[in-house]
Design a protein around this ligand. Structure first.
Ligand SMILES: Cc1cc2nc3c(=O)[nH]c(=O)nc-3n(C[C@H](O)[C@H](O)[C@H](O)COP(=O)(O)OP(=O)(O)OC[C@H]3O[C@@H](n4cnc5c(N)ncnc54)[C@H](O)[C@@H]3O)c2cc1C
Length: 353
């Protein structure tokens, strides 16, 4: 992916990132908000819990065709995401993937302070909540006592590949995340075992092929079976017990990554002091502003009379939100309405002139 992605570790010792806008959520509406803000010279950082852009489109239905995006008679969830990423390239947004915005508050100078669960802090003039159905939260495997290992030796996402260097890693699952991390971690792990309940994978075929080549070369072990128990003490895993067709195996390991899919929960959005109605954020339909001036909400997370949870609604909301955000980011400037077809200044920003 040819975009700017900030790793949280690069920011641990630095000051808060100062920016015009922070967009919470890299779903289709958050991505299009980058475009609409960018046309108005508003620079954005985008934060998402997921390790890639696209929100529901990329996570829940990447291969399903969508038929009601204007001018695209048929487009898959992943292709729509890829096209949006292409469209926003001229505005060079900075992405912070695998990070969840936990805290949002106003500062004494009227800006907003945001903090992610990885410790990244932002100071922004406006905030765009494009959090869709809320936080994607990993499904926890039904294993006794797994919670004692979470964050210490059981991980649902990988923030730093280095964290896995030299470890005996067990990855559980058969989707894209399980396969991607098998391929990414194999070179750094001491040993890597992939466990899946059947010898049939939902992941992209080229990833499955690469995984099978690593298995054939003896670099990855593939076990068809199910993890039934964990062994270890004080949060440090020492083995995973795997039930296979041939019996039970004890796999020594000190890191386990279960990828059992994700569910959506409202998550920290509920703690930011915004008015909520049935877990959605009410907004006006002129600016798509929340109960807090300067905090906007677009896409599936907002509500107003007649709201339709459709991608095209979120695109429209992004355009109007950007007009309102401009007045906060540039209070002394007058905003001129311009078409991209005829405005040479917009075309310059888009890099086509
Ligand atoms: C199976 C299926 C089929 C669909 N088909 C269609 C269709 O044909 N046409 C159509 O128009 N719509 C369709 N939809 C609906 C469409 O996908 C949604 O309307 C759209 O994804 C909403 O976009 P969004 O950007 O608002 O939110 P989302 O796509 O939900 O993205 C929100 C993002 O915010 C992130 N996030 C949430 N909280 C935080 C936080 N605190 N910190 C950091 N990140 C956070 C989430 O991880 C997520 O990635 C479909 C939905 C599903 C599930």
């Amino acid at each position: 992916m040819n975009v700017t992605v900030r790793a949280p570790e690069a920011q641990e010792t630095v000051q808060p990132i100062e920016t015009d806008a922070v967009i919470i959520g890299a779903g289709p509406c958050g991505l299009f908000a980058v475009f609409e803000l960018g046309l108005l010279d508003i620079k954005a950082h985008v934060v998402d819990i997921l390790d890639r852009p696209g929100g529901q489109c990329a996570e829940l239905y990447p291969e399903k065709p969508i038929y009601d995006v204007p001018a695209l008679p048929i487009v898959s969830g992943q292709e729509l995401t890829d096209r949006l990423m292409e469209q926003i390239k001229p505005f060079a947004p900075v992405f912070h993937f695998s990070e969840r915005i936990d805290a949002l508050s106003r500062t004494s100078d009227g800006r907003f302070r945001l903090k992610s669960d990885a410790g990244t802090e932002f100071l922004a003039k406006v905030v765009v909540v494009a959090a869709g159905g809320g936080s994607f939260t990993p499904k926890r495997p039904p294993l006794n006592g797994i919670e004692f290992y979470e964050g210490k030796s059981v991980f649902y996402s990988v923030r730093k590949i280095e964290q896995m260097r030299g470890r005996d890693v067990v990855i559980v699952g058969g989707g894209d995340s399980a396969l991607d991390w098998t391929l990414n971690l194999q070179p750094v792990a001491k040993s890597l075992t992939l466990v899946h309940r059947r010898d049939d994978f939902r992941a992209a075929p080229h990833s499955v092929e690469k995984m099978r080549a690593l298995v054939a070369g003896g670099k990855v072990r593939l076990l068809i079976g199910q993890v039934t128990a964990l062994e270890g003490a004080d949060g440090a895993l020492s083995a995973a017990i795997i039930k296979t067709n041939d019996g039970t195996e004890q796999i020594p390991c000190n890191a386990m990554l279960p990828f059992f899919g994700l569910t959506m929960k409202l998550g920290p959005v509920a703690d930011w002091g915004l008015s909520l109605h049935e877990n959605l954020i009410p907004v006006d339909t002129e600016r798509f502003e929340t109960s807090e001036k300067g905090i906007f909400a677009i896409g599936d997370i907002n509500s107003y009379p007649g709201k339709l949870k459709l991608i095209l609604s979120g695109f429209h909301e992004a355009a109007l939100m950007a007009q309102a955000a401009y007045k906060i980011v540039y209070p002394d400037k007058k905003l001129l309405f311009q078409y991209t077809t005829s405005s040479s200044s917009l075309q310059k920003k888009l890099g086509v002139k």
